[in-house]
Design a protein around this ligand. Structure first.
Ligand SMILES: Nc1ncnc2c1ncn2[C@@H]1O[C@H](COP(=O)(O)OP(=O)(O)OP(=O)(O)O)[C@@H](O)[C@H]1O
Ligand SMILES: [Mg+2]
Length: 499
């Protein structure tokens, strides 16, 4: 029954209908002619009518059948077109994805060439990159039925791509392999079964950068096939251009980084040499200086009677100058020492260090009365010896610059700055002009006269060097006759605070 039903809708259906109606006509004619013999019924007429009806049924059935076949074919074609559209979108999406993932041009092209070949329905498809200056073409990615080749390597003449000027105008080229100048390239194409191929230009930013070529045995290139190739070629051109630019920027950044690293190393070496030089010079200056001072002293002691008042005064000036120079050399040596010393980090109790420093300052000038305020339990990670130098210098300055204040006060504490603790020394002494705040940390920069407040101008430079070596920073706030606050940190700002 099923078989019969299938036949009824199958291609034989009109013939079955014709057979059945003819058989019915014959039976009816025979019945009228031989069995019924009724008057008025002419077997010939019945036969004629029967044949006519059969013919009409056959025609109707055939028309119905062909309409159905056509509808099915249309449905199939629509489904195939939908599938092709899906494949096309997948290819474009893959290009987008590869660009977003910042992949190399090879990877961008390699990811789509096989699906593209399948969609075009050709035995071979290639993404070619042009080297217009050399007149050469290079494979970026190529797909055959069995293999996909990704990456450069195969190079051949630009002639194989047809008319370059026309390609620049965006016109696809159809190339007959047999019309190419004979040679290994044409032979290779023919061996792989490519008799006719098309080169579709890849243009990005108005520049012809390559072409997608595809082909096979002789045959036309349907409109849809060409439009797919052109669409993919355009997208691929933009993507490859972008990938190249990205690669260039990345290489440039890496180069810059390497160069900065090299420069930093060179600077470090130069710095070390300079430090070593200044250390040895400072060191060597000490001996002649000792001679100057020593012999001046001998002159003063031994030749006292032979010298008049002015002579003794001059010698006193010589000794003072020698002393000052010796102080300067000591300060320079100290700066050099803290720059060269190896950093040994560990926990440091800053409150204890501050207390010890104040004890020493007070012992040096017991007659002075200064109000101290030291925050308890201030601890930090750092090189204990160097951190001590920082605190000694800052408290030493506070001590010095409050020496003319009627009620001197000095405080040591901590505040949060950029997510890390900033330790401070605050005083109500002479203060300074904020316009010069940054200069203070440079060597030999002094805002106060030597006669007013003695010093070499190296202390804060030493502080700066030490805190920078710890990854921290130092800064100052103050006002003329309004006191000063010096801050320092011993580590870099936290990244959360920087944001
Ligand atoms: N607490 C402070 N109050 C006011 N000015 C200050 C204070 N600390 C430093 N300064 C200013 O900064 C200058 C540089 O300070 P720095 O400690 O480097 O040198 P110095 O104290 O003069 O000499 P040194 O410390 O080498 O003996 C000082 O000369 C002074 O003008
Ligand atoms: Mg100082």
């Amino acid at each position: 029954m099923k078989v019969f039903a299938a036949r009824l809708v199958g291609p034989q259906a009109p013939y079955i209908v014709l057979g059945l109606s003819l058989a019915l006509t014959l039976v009816a004619t025979a019945y009228v002619a031989f069995v019924a013999r009724a008057p008025g019924w002419h077997p010939a007429a019945i036969l004629l009518v029967g044949v006519a009806v059969s013919g009409a049924l056959f025609a109707i059935s055939r028309a119905g059948r062909s309409a159905r076949v056509k509808a099915v074919a249309e449905l199939d074609e629509a489904q195939a077109a939908l599938a092709r559209h899906g494949a096309r979108l997948r290819i474009l999406h893959e290009i987008d994805r590869a660009v977003a993932a910042e992949e190399s041009p090879e990877k961008v092209a390699g990811g789509v060439i096989q699906p593209l070949r399948e969609l075009l329905g050709v035995p071979r498809a290639i993404v070619n990159m042009f080297d217009l200056a050399k007149g050469e073409v290079e494979w970026l990615a190529a797909a055959g039925r069995r293999r996909t080749h990704v990456g450069p390597g195969v190079r051949y003449s630009m002639r194989l791509m047809g008319d370059v000027q026309a390609l620049k105008q965006g016109e696809p080229q159809v190339i007959d392999t047999r019309a190419l100048p004979p040679g290994p390239e044409a032979d290779a194409l023919l061996t792989s079964g490519v008799e006719l191929y098309m080169a579709v230009p890849m243009i990005a930013g108005g520049e012809l950068i390559g072409a997608i070529s595809f082909g096979g045995p002789r045959g036309p290139f349907p409109r849809e096939q060409v439009s797919i190739a052109m669409e993919v070629a355009t997208q691929l051109a933009i993507a490859i251009m972008q990938a190249r630019l990205y690669g260039r920027v990345k290489r440039h950044a890496e180069e810059l980084e390497a160069r900065v690293g090299e420069r930093t190393r060179e600077l470090e070496t130069a710095n070390k040499e300079l430090e070593a030089f200044s250390y040895s010079v400072s060191h060597d200056l000490r001996a002649p200086l000792r001679h100057i001072d020593g012999f001046s002293q001998i002159l003063l002691d031994t030749y006292q009677d032979k010298l008049d008042e002015a002579g003794r005064k001059h010698l006193g000036t010589v000794r003072n100058a020698a002393k000052r120079m010796s102080d300067l050399i000591d300060a320079l040596l100290e700066l050099s020492r803290v720059s060269r010393a190896e950093l040994r980090r560990g926990p440091v109790n800053l409150s204890d260090v501050a207390r010890a420093a104040i004890g020493e300052l007070q012992a040096g000038e017991p007659e002075r009365s200064v109000r101290w305020e030291i925050e308890d339990h201030l601890t930090a990670e750092g090189d204990a010896r160097l951190v001590r130098v920082v605190i000694d210098n800052l408290l030493g300055n506070a001590w010095k610059f409050t020496s003319k204040s009627p009620e001197p006060r000095i405080a040591f504490g901590a505040e949060q700055h950029d997510g890390v603790p900033a330790y401070f020394v605050r005083d109500n002494g002479a203060g300074f002009d904020m316009a010069y705040a940054a200069k203070l940390f440079r060597p030999f920069q002094r805002l106060h006269g030597e006669s007013e407040f003695p010093g070499t101008g190296i202390g804060l430079a030493t502080v700066h060097r030490i805190v920078t070596r710890h990854g921290g920073r130092a800064w100052a706030e103050g006002a003329v006759r309004g006191g000063a606050t010096f801050f320092f940190t011993l580590k870099a700002p936290s990244s959360a605070a920087r944001r």
